[in-house]
Design a binder for this molecule. Structure first.
Ligand code: UDP
Length: 585
């Protein structure tokens, strides 16, 4: 007992001292950077706290420290340094991840190879487990307190289970207690406003610590079972985030053929405290269930487990499924999703605005049909963000944007699909006698689309057609743009995909005084019939993107930005609820 107490005291002392040193070091760095060339980035002090806690615990007198634990501490220190490099210099993940993997291999070497005959399953598990946990901790950090809660709760789980395994060395129990203490201190600091503890220098070693202890604490023959218990760390953040998205995504009717029918909008309510209570309940329930299984408990114990699970589900519905009706921002106003401006507009209003611009004849009017991928591109590419900011109108083409606007409590009237806009515009062009230039798509594809449109809208005046397969800055591009400038069409539809079409339109802006240009992506492929539209049911549930992925698997890489977008929206929503203030969102 006195050993546990001295470990606690020493680790608290260590945390205090190293935190202080970290603060001095980081301050010095700030001063230097202001006079020097390097740019100052928000530092993370969590890593120093973690390092101090571990160092303090290792100093406990009388504690037998195994070579495995020393190796784990050394790897942890390297993780802290790696995390600091990422936090301070924003080093790209492509550089950080290989080093991270290298550290995991070093840790695995000390964990298995040094003391056990090598077995492939063990090697794979020892390598895969920290990778999975590190990924989950990063995912969990969307809900900011979550990584620290996971640290505390995983530690408590280990303490429940380790006594059942005779092979668990006592020093691993001490390490677990240290991990709980460190996580609790970090959580307290975060809740009381020290937001700079939440950085990679803290999250990465914390993830490694959870994974390392869970593996050290279990004999190798029990490793598989031992891994099942802390897999809550994996399951919880993933499952809860999927639930949040599913409920908010399917709950609102994102797709309506007539957007004016989408009258009521729901605001999704997140209560920080309830989410945290819910996490606790999941852990308690699963741990309790696990214990019952190990101890071969009698039936009344299983009944109480069922009651606990029911309470957990009740808590789930209270936590994530509560919603509230909100009013829409005024029609035609601009909202911002992750800082990117989107017009709150219906197809009818969009068409009216475009018509006004064509009739006035004295402006060059750029329309962007945006989806979540375009928003993500704007976040990563400043040039493209500038183009989006300067565009005269940005309509929400993708269901992802409508979902995120709902979720953030600034609902859009609905989607303005690019294909529908092209059709409506052609119809109006026939009524008003405007001519249209079609630029983009594969050779021959635009001709097919124009043939379909001419059949649908007899009397359509086509100013010209050209395919979109020419290199950026090529002679052919200059020639095509020159031709368009000479023809001076009233409307130019550019179907070359984001961001190529927007860059072309920017060049056209310099050549033309009036007219409107719209980037319409794959719309000509859809109109020509080469690319089928998603079944109505998929459109209804806003899953067109899934259909597109199925039809064009090469889009997979690009579509990886969709989960990134969803996480960014979740993070934005969570940040709106200040930790000290449990306002509703
Ligand atoms: N495209 C083009 N030139 C290029 C690349 C693509 O004309 O250099 C065409 C392509 O044939 C397709 C259209 O751009 O018809 C839209 O492509 P994508 O579906 O990738 O764009 P998104 O709709 O996602 O913006």
């Amino acid at each position: 007992m006195h050993m546990i107490l001295s470990t606690l005291l020493l680790s608290l002392l260590g945390m205090g001292i190293v935190y202080g040193i970290g603060k001095i070091l980081i301050r010095r760095y700030v001063r230097n950077s202001l006079t020097g060339r390097r740019q100052y980035r928000s530092p993370s002090l969590g890593g120093f706290i973690l390092l101090g806690g571990i160092a303090g615990a290792l100093l406990t007198p009388g504690l037998y420290v195994s070579s495995k634990i020393m190796a784990m501490a050394a790897v942890l220190a390297c993780f802290v340094i790696l995390g600091l490099i990422r936090d301070l210099w924003k080093t790209p993940w492509s550089v950080i991840l290989p080093y991270q993997f290298l550290l995991i291999i070093v840790g695995a070497y000390f964990d298995i190879v040094v003391s056990y005959p090598v077995r492939w399953v063990e090697i794979l598990l020892t390598l895969a487990w920290p990778i999975i946990i590190l990924g989950c901790i990063k995912l969990a950090s969307v809900i900011e307190e979550m990584p620290f809660l996971l640290g505390i709760e995983s530690g408590l789980t280990f303490l429940l289970f380790f006594p059942n395994q005779a092979s668990t060395p006592p020093e691993v129990v001490i390490c677990t207690i240290t991990m709980i203490t460190i996580s609790a201190v970090l959580l307290c600091l975060f809740v009381y406003g020290q937001r700079n503890v939440l950085g990679n220098s803290c999250l990465m070693p914390l993830g490694y610590l959870i994974a390392g202890i869970s593996m050290l604490g279990n004999s190798k023959s029990l490793l598989m079972f031992g891994l099942l218990i802390p897999s809550m760390v994996v399951i919880y953040p993933f499952a809860s985030i999927c639930f949040i998205i599913m409920f908010s995504y399917l709950g609102n009717e994102l797709y309506q053929t007539d957007p004016s029918a989408r009258q009521s909008h729901y605001r999704w309510i997140l209560h920080r405290d309830r989410v945290i209570v819910f996490t606790g309940m999941i852990f308690l329930t699963l741990n309790f269930g696990g214990l019952l299984l190990i101890q071969h408990a009698s039936w009344p114990a299983y009944i109480s487990l069922i009651i606990l699970i029911s309470a957990m589900f009740a808590s789930f519905f209270r936590t994530f499924a509560s919603r509230d009706v909100v009013s829409r921002p005024p029609l035609g106003s601009r909202i911002r999703i992750l800082g990117v401006a989107i017009d709150a507009i219906t197809p009818v209003v969009a068409l009216d605005r475009i018509s006004e611009a064509v009739d006035s004849g004295d402006v060059f009017f750029h329309v962007i049909t945006a989806d979540s991928l375009a928003v993500m591109r704007a976040l990563h590419d400043k040039g493209f963000a500038g183009i989006m900011e300067r565009a005269n109108m940005t309509v929400p083409d993708g269901a992802g944007l409508v979902w995120s606007a709902d979720f953030l409590g600034i609902p859009l009237p609905g989607r303005v699909p690019g294909v529908a806009l092209v059709n409506d515009l052609c119809c109006r062009a026939v009524e008003r006698g405007w001519n249209i230039f079609f630029l983009g798509a594969a050779p021959g594809r635009a001709d097919q689309a124009v043939a379909v449109l001419k059949e649908r809208y007899p009397g359509l005046i086509v100013a010209g057609i050209h395919h979109g397969f020419f290199a950026e800055g090529s002679e052919l591009e200059d020639l095509v743009l020159k031709k368009i400038a000479e023809l001076q069409p009233r409307i130019i539809l550019v179907a070359m995909g984001v961001p190529r079409q927007e860059l072309i339109i920017c060049r056209l802006r310099g050549l033309l005084r009036s007219g409107i240009a719209i980037g319409v992506g794959g719309s000509l492929d859809v109109i020509s019939g080469a690319l089928p539209r998603a079944p109505v049911l998929m459109q209804r549930f806003a899953c067109e993107w899934l259909f597109r992925l199925w039809k064009e698997p090469r889009r997979f890489r690009r579509m990886l930005a969709i989960p990134e977008f969803v996480l960014a929206v979740l993070r934005a929503k969570w940040r709106e609820v200040a930790p000290k203030n449990n306002r509703q969102l």
